[in-house]
Design a protein around this ligand. Structure first.
Ligand code: KIV
Ligand code: ZN
Length: 496
């Protein structure tokens, strides 16, 4: 019989910790509901002591999510645990997750403490959490670099104190798969009472091994995998949900199963990418735009004869749809509604009218309208707040000096300026700066096309630095100069 693997999603906690990926409560609820639909078992909904916003989001998520366990994160400190318990008051199924480091380097430099004292603090925290709730998870941070003999004693003490899940994080993404697998095996052999708890993996991707390490953990007995959508997370990110789930689905010889409805993977990936303003790399396994694109002639030939020659996963199994009803400038509202519903948007007739107008404007400029175009059309309204772009005219080309004229609506005033620059984007940003009279530093500027054609929608991600804080902006348009202006204005609206 297949072993049931529990999927613990930490997109809203470890994923959301990434600078620039911050979400507001409404966005977090939207993602939490999508995770519920996807079938995750546990949602790590935030770190409530860290900010009132995080606390409020856990409360609100707890009100609407019914099936998954809701889990806030706490340091091994009583006030954190009190706060976590308070944030769970509306949750139908509750878990408290408490952590402290186990590696010598963390104990010495981060905690300026000793193994014995840290172990005592861990045990006290688990016992305290246990006074509120039966379901308590304990994490030994940096377990990846902790010596196995001490880790076994540490985990044994946590289980004895009442931990029902014990998590083994490779916090720095240092382990090799075989080494991480051996670590889990060692714990199963040397920890008294290990059968009383669920052993969990939490692997970071600093060396690109997060998924491999998590699977190695499962092979050696771990029953819970901690993941994020698209692998988002600190530095190089966390283990990605879509990769681990599809490995377990594809490699039947591992004899594991999850509760994930794989057909929802693609839509969830795009939702998280859009809300976190974090593009999915084109060659990302499972959900990248090229993951199922066969460009080499020899591959195409094989695929046409038998798709299993080069395709080990059916794209439809992860929810990448075959479009049987292409959307063009001649499509009506019914076709648009059908496609919006297919990718998860239910729109009122009034909303459909608004989107339809924008859709026609886009479809006039593009041959095919993709699902990503529709998601951008739906998301574009969020960009309509604060400063608005009313007009943009650029002059550029060889041997001209690039010039841009920009008209912005700021509150109820319309303000215009013309500036030059070393290119059309630079000229546009200079013109915007001279209207808003604010100094910001452009730290990153990234342009991507959704698919391939020169008529495609351009997506622009930027990072602006203002007074030591980083702000992210996002814009999309078939005209990349307009997309750049929208992204810049999106970032400015956040600063202002
Ligand atoms: O990476 C890590 O160690 C963590 C813990 C808090 C579980 O995120
Ligand atoms: Zn982590």
């Amino acid at each position: 019989m297949n072993k049931r693997i529990f999927i613990f999603d930490t997109t809203l906690r470890d994923g959301e910790q990434v600078p620039g990926c911050q979400l507001n409560t409404v966005e977090k609820i939207e993602i939490a509901l999508a995770l519920e639909e996807l079938g995750v078992d546990i949602i790590e909904a935030g770190f409530p002591i860290s900010s009132p916003g995080d606390f409020a989001s856990i409360v609100e998520i707890s009100k609407v999510v019914k099936k998954p366990v809701i889990c806030p994160l706490t340091r091994a400190i009583k006030t954190d645990i009190d706060c976590a318990w308070e944030s769970l008051k509306f949750a139908k199924r509750k878990r408290i997750h408490t952590f402290i480091s186990s590696s010598d380097i963390h104990i010495q430099y981060q905690f300026n403490s000793t193994r014995e004292k840290i172990m005592e603090q861990a045990v006290d925290a688990v016992k305290y959490a246990k006074t509120f709730v039966e379901d308590v998870e304990f994490s030994a941070m940096d377990a990846g670099r902790t010596d196995n003999e001490f880790l076994a004693r540490f985990i044994e003490a946590a289980i004895k104190a009442g931990a029902t899940t014990v998590n083994i994080p490779d916090t720095t993404g240092y382990c090799l798969p075989q080494e991480f697998g051996e670590k889990i095996k060692y714990l199963f052999k040397h920890v008294d009472g290990i059968d009383k708890a669920i052993v969990s993996t939490h692997c970071h991707n600093d060396l690109g091994l997060a998924t491999a390490n998590s699977i190695a953990g499962v092979i050696h007995g771990a029953k819970q995998i901690e993941v994020t959508i698209n692998g988002v997370g600190e530095r190089a990110g966390n283990t990605s949900l879509e990769e681990t789930v599809m490995i377990l689905n594809t490699r039947k010889d591992l004899e594991c199963k999850t509760n994930i409805n794989s057909k929802k993977i693609y839509a969830t990936s795009r939702l998280v990418s859009r809300l976190m303003k974090m593009p999915v790399q084109p060659n990302k396994a499972i959900v990248g735009r090229n993951a199922f694109a066969h460009s080499a002639g020899i591959h195409q030939h094989g695929i046409l004869k038998n798709k299993f020659t080069y395709e080990i996963i059916n794209p439809e199994d992860v929810g990448i749809p075959k479009t049987s009803l292409p959307l063009t400038a001649r499509s009506g509202r019914a076709a648009l509604k059908h496609h919006l519903e297919r990718i998860g948007y239910n729109v009122s007739p009034k909303k459909l009218d608004e989107i339809y107008k924008n859709f026609l404007a886009l479809a006039d400029k593009k041959k095919d309208t993709t699902d990503d175009d529709l998601r951008i059309l739906m998301g574009d309204e969020a960009l309509e707040k604060g400063i608005k772009l009313e007009l943009l005219e650029v002059v550029c080309g060889k041997p001209l000096t690039p010039m841009a004229t920009v008209k912005l609506k700021v509150g109820n005033k319309e303000l215009a300026a013309t500036s030059s620059g070393n290119g059309p984007v630079d000229a546009t940003f200079n013109a915007i700066n001279s209207i808003i009279k604010k100094t910001v530093t452009l730290e990153e500027f990234l342009v991507q096309a959704i698919t391939k054609g020169s008529d495609d929608t351009g997506i622009v991600h930027i990072q602006l630095l203002s007074k030591g804080n980083m702000y992210y902006g996002f814009g999309a348009d078939t005209d990349i100069i307009v997309a750049s202006a929208k992204a810049y204005i999106d970032g400015l609206n956040k600063i202002l």
